[in-house]
Design a protein around this ligand. Structure first.
Ligand code: NDP
Length: 315
């Protein structure tokens, strides 16, 4: 049978390119889990994904009600769940003030981390039940949260600190809107959310790999300098960033190529190792990359997991 893969944020960028790459093989049915139904339908059509290979289902990760509703709808569809790709993200580098999810959490961490954490937890059982030969839960990471890299050392650096802001509810009222309890910084909030993504992948691996046989993985697909992720950035940045990545850092990767990379992590029979953070070298060969000290800190992962469980209402 065809595999069923859910991809969050498949309406543009990396998510869309991955959906296209998987659908083209004819071996996958892609559930495009998107907040903007029409945009997703249009994106699927204009990418030439054929109708029998995808379904758009509504999901707004910035609302726990919406996440629960999506999970209910998916279960009702009767499809098995073989692979879940947590890909959607918001990046608000120029925001001066924090904005918040429906449940009152700072928007970048609330969407990129908490929304995905709830989604993955609620769907884990379905994945466990699937009889697919290689079940996978993939959480898209980033180099920017990894302070052991050059890109990860551009200030403001990711840092979760003692997580007092997260523990306090990340609401900007009785607690800070930042995980470490500091002043709001949109670029840092995004990087912190990516550290949470990478920590969660490893914590899932530690807690569930043996019991479920699910492969848990993260990846840095390269710098896809042309995606909508940078839509909130100043115009000059958006103009100069792609050539800078292409010619100076040489980390640039096209949307198409990045989609092929993520599709590999979804379906390549040789990428079944669990607990791995994948990257690609200049020849586009995948390799197991090392995470920064913070992004591989098991005690921090446990703490993020436990606090997040409370925040999303699972504990
Ligand atoms: P895009 O902005 O093109 O894609 C992000 C997707 O997330 C969009 O489909 C967007 O939906 C969706 N999204 C945003 N908020 C929500 C929400 N509340 N609920 C549901 N979906 C939502 O960016 P990229 O393709 O670049 O980013 C994809 C992933 O790749 C992210 O995890 C990012 O961190 C990661 N990444 C990107 C890099 C890059 O260089 N671009 C480098 C490393 C990692 P909509 O279309 O409606 O806006």
């Amino acid at each position: 049978r065809k595999g069923t893969v859910i991809i969050t944020g498949a309406s543009s960028g990396l998510g869309l390119a991955t959906a296209k790459s998987l659908a083209e093989t004819g071996k996958w049915h892609v559930i495009m889990a998107c907040r903007d139904f029409l945009k997703a339908e249009r994106a699927a059509k204009s990418s030439g994904i054929s109708k029998e290979n995808y379904t758009v289902m509504h999901l707004d990760l910035s609302s726990f009600d919406s996440v629960r509703q999506f999970v209910g709808n998916f279960k009702q569809s009767g499809r098995p769940l073989d692979v879940l790709v947590c890909n959607a993200a918001v990046y608000l580098p120029t925001a001066k003030e924090p904005t918040f999810t429906a449940d009152g959490f700072e928007l970048s961490v609330g969407t990129n981390h908490l929304g995905h954490f709830l989604l993955a937890r609620l769907l884990l059982h379905d994945m466990k039940k699937s009889d697919y030969p290689s079940k996978r839960l993939i959480i898209v990471g980033s180099i920017t949260g990894n302070t052991n890299t050059l890109a990860g050392n551009v200030p403001p650096k990711a840092n979760l600190g003692d997580m007092r802001g997260l523990a306090g509810g990340l609401n900007g009222l009785n607690s800070s809107a930042m995980i470490d309890g500091g002043h709001f910084d949109g670029a840092k909030a995004y990087k912190d959310s990516k550290v949470c993504n990478m920590l969660m992948m490893q914590e899932f691996h530690r807690r569930f790999h043996e019991e479920t046989g699910i492969t848990f993985a993260s990846l840095y697909p390269g710098c896809i300098a042309t995606t909508g992720l940078f839509r909130e950035h100043i115009p000059l940045f958006r103009l100069l960033f792609p050539p800078f990545q292409k010619y100076i850092t040489k980390g640039y990767v096209s949307e198409d190529e990045s989609g092929k990379r993520l599709a590999q992590v979804v379906s390549d029979p040789s990428l079944t190792k669990s607990g791995v953070y994948w990257s690609w070298n200049h020849n586009s060969a995948s390799f197991e990359n090392e995470l920064s000290e913070e992004a591989s800190d098991a005690s921090k992962a446990k703490k993020v997991w436990e606090i997040s469980e409370k925040l999303v209402g699972l504990a």
